[in-house]
Ligand binder design. Sequence first.
Ligand SMILES: Cc1ncc(COP(=O)(O)O)c(C=O)c1O
Length: 448
Amino acid sequence: MATPKHSPTTLAKRSLRAVWHPCTQMKLHEDVPPLAIRSGDGAWLETETGARHLDAISSWWVNLFGHGHPHIRTAVHAQLDTLEHVMLAGFTHEPVVRLSERLGALTGLGHAHYGSDGASAVEVALKMSAHFWRNRGQTGKTRFVAIAGGYHGETLGALAVTDIPLFRDTYAALLRDCTMLPSPDWRQAPVGEDALAFARRQALLLEAHLAQHHASTAAIILEPLIQCAGGMAMHHAEYLRIARELCTLYGVHLICDEIAVGFGRTGTLFAHQQAGIRPDFLCLSKGLSGGFLPLAVTLTTDEVYQAFYHHDVKRGFLHSHSYTGNPLACAAANAVLDLFEASDVMAANAKLAARIDIAAENLRRHPRVRHWRRTGMVWAFDVAMDAADRRSPRAPIGMRIARAALARNVLLRPIGDTVYWMPPYCLDEEAVRTLVDGTLAALEEAVG
Ligand SMILES: Cc1ncc(COP(=O)(O)O)c(C=O)c1O
C-alpha cells in the first residue's frame, strides 16, 4: 500500500501563511501539510475532512485520560463560571491552594511554584537551586550537572542542561556551560551486562564527578527512568537511588524532571518513586492538567523554602510569569487528581500494557526491530538500518514511518530511528488493534 499524501485543506493553507509551527522546518510542509484537527474524543483526533486518527503520542505526551474527558471538561467549565484568572502575587484562590496541598501530600514536597510550560518549571528549579546556595552563603555553587541525551526544554536555561545537538548546537554560544555525564541508558551496556549493573557502573562516573566538583555544583538534573526526547532511552531505577545518595552525601540538589514521565506514565504515579527516593525539586507539566491547559509546577522541600524566608526582599524568589497558577488550569489539574483517586489507574494501565504487549508480539519480533523496550505505558524500539537505507535518497526512516502510519490512521512521531508509543490511558480493543497493526504495516512499508 503506497502512502497517500494528504493535500492541504484551506485551514492548513491559512495556517502555513500565518502560523509559525513549533519544532518545524516550515519548508518541509511543502511536501506534507499540517493536519487540521477539528475535534478530539478519547484516544482519537478527527480532521477537518472527517478522518479519525489514533493519538499514539498523546499530543506531545500531554494527554492522559483521552481528549475531551468529561470530568476534566466539567471542572474547567465550572471554574470558568466563577474565576478565570487572578494574578498569584498578592492573591490566591481555591483551585491553586487545593492543587498545591494535594501535590504536596502525594510527593512530600510541600511548596509549589507555578509556571505555564515545562521549560519554565525547569528554569525555576535551576534558579531556585543556585539561589538557595547563595542564600546559604555558598555563592560558588552555581554549576549544573546533566545527563547525556537528556532534554529539559528550549528556553536558554533549560537548553543549557539539554543534550540534544539538533536543538542545542545552533544556540551553543548563548548557553551556560554544563557538565554532561554519560547516560545510564541500558542500550549502551556492553553485551553481558544487565541494566542494573550498567546503572551502577554509570553512577560511579557521577560519584567521581561529585567527589571532585561538589563545591561548585548546585544541582544535578535528570529525567527519571526514561530520557524521552533523547529517544525513549530507558534506565534502571538504581541509578536514581544512587544519585540521591550521592547528592545527599555531597550537598548537591537532585532535580527530577518528570515533565514527560509524571502522572503514571512509567507505572507509578511518579517515576522517582520506583527508586524509593524524594528529590529536592520535582518539575511537572504536560499530564498535570490532563492535556487540557498549559500548567507547570516546581515542587520543593521545607529546607529549600526556609532558605528564602527572610525580611530581605532579595533573598526571596522573585521569579514570575503572568499566568502563574491560572485557576482554569488548576481546576483541570485537580480534576486529573480526582481521576487518579477515583480508580486504580496504575492497575488498569498495567492490564492494558500487558494486553498491548501480547498484541505487539509480531512487531517485537520483526527482523528490523532492535531494543524493544517498555516502561509502564511507554513503548519504544529502534529500526535497524541496512546499507540500502543509508544510501537511499528517500526521506529519513522515522519520517517515512510517520507518513505510512498516518495513512493507517495512527499518529506517530518517531525520534530519529526510534519509534515509540505513549498513548492516552483509554485505549479500547479497536484502538489497540489500530495502533499495533498500523505501526507494523507502516514499518514494513517504510523498510520495504
Ligand atoms: C523531560 C522534559 N522536560 C521539559 C520539557 C519541556 O516542556 P515544554 O515543552 O512544556 O516547555 C519536555 C518537553 O517535551 C520534556 O520532555
